[in-house]
Write a protein that binds this ligand. Structure first.
Ligand code: 5GP
Ligand code: MG
Length: 237
């Protein structure tokens, strides 16, 4: 597990180079309406403004996803047609979408599951529970759970035991991030993207009060962007 690129000092307004039609659209707008481009920028950057520090830049995520996919593809080379990928909603939405596209193109099923966490906007999953229907027909299948971040370990423990109880051949977990805290480090996870310090992070699927999931990188939130009153009740992690 390499942590290169971690803690790279970059301004929050990190951007990928734009290419193709998107770049053309920007060039077109800038060329014809220079002043409007400035307005658009201000509008577009609103989300970035709330970010204090970029922990994992998007290029580092992309490289790591490719590396993980190569290893996972190799490990499951025997499982054509019997692999079920289970992304944990909503946090792993972006990660899982990128990961499955980078995997070798074999037959696999993708079945979403949602796990709720209780305890407010800074979700820790003490008391996690599966919401809605469980993935179906797991008997004899190799299950790969894909989650955004490993924190207390409650989500992975819960899903592993449920899937094994439903007759899965084996269950493995792939997480983008793992916090360097005992609860996370002691929870088995076969594939880990990055180990990070124990900070609350958002972006690339991870939310604060359901915001920031669409950021292309993982970062920490400015204090001013966080509400003082934590929201009660559970939400989709
Ligand atoms: P667990 O505590 O069960 O290992 O992780 C449960 C869930 O809590 C994660 O899938 C994630 O949705 C949420 N979570 C844990 N740490 C963080 C964090 O730093 N930021 C965000 N946005 N969510 C987190
Ligand atoms: Mg989650």
């Amino acid at each position: 597990m390499t942590n290169e690129h971690l803690h790279e000092q970059r301004p929050p307004a990190e951007r990928d180079p734009v290419a193709g039609p998107v770049a053309d659209a920007h060039a077109h707008r800038g060329g014809l309406h220079g002043e409007r481009l400035h307005e658009d920028r201000l509008h577009e950057d609103r989300l970035h403004e709330d970010i204090e520090r970029v922990l994992v830049p998007s290029a580092a995520i992309a490289a790591r996803v490719r590396a993980l996919a190569a290893v996972i593809g190799e490990d499951y080379s025997h499982a054509d047609g019997r692999l079920t990928v289970v992304p944990v909603m909503t946090g792993s939405l972006l990660f899982a979408a990128d990961l499955v596209r980078a995997l070798p193109q074999r037959r696999m099923r993708i079945q979403l599951t949602t796990v709720s966490s209780y305890g407010g906007t800074h979700t820790s999953s003490r008391g996690s529970a599966i919401v809605g229907a469980l993935p179906k027909h797991l008997e004899g299948h190799h299950i790969l759970i894909v989650d955004d971040i490993l924190d207390s370990g409650g989500t992975l423990r819960l899903l592993r035991s449920e899937f094994m109880a439903r007759g899965a051949a084996d269950v493995r977990a792939c997480v983008l991030l793992r916090k360097r805290i005992p609860s996370a480090m002691s929870t088995p996870a076969e594939y880990v993207g990055f180990d990070i310090d124990d900070e609350f992070v958002v972006g690339y699927g991870l939310d604060y009060d359901d915001l920031y999931r669409n950021l292309p990188y993982v970062g920490t939130l400015r204090r001013e962007a966080q509400r003082q009153e934590p929201r009660a009740g559970g939400g989709a992690a």
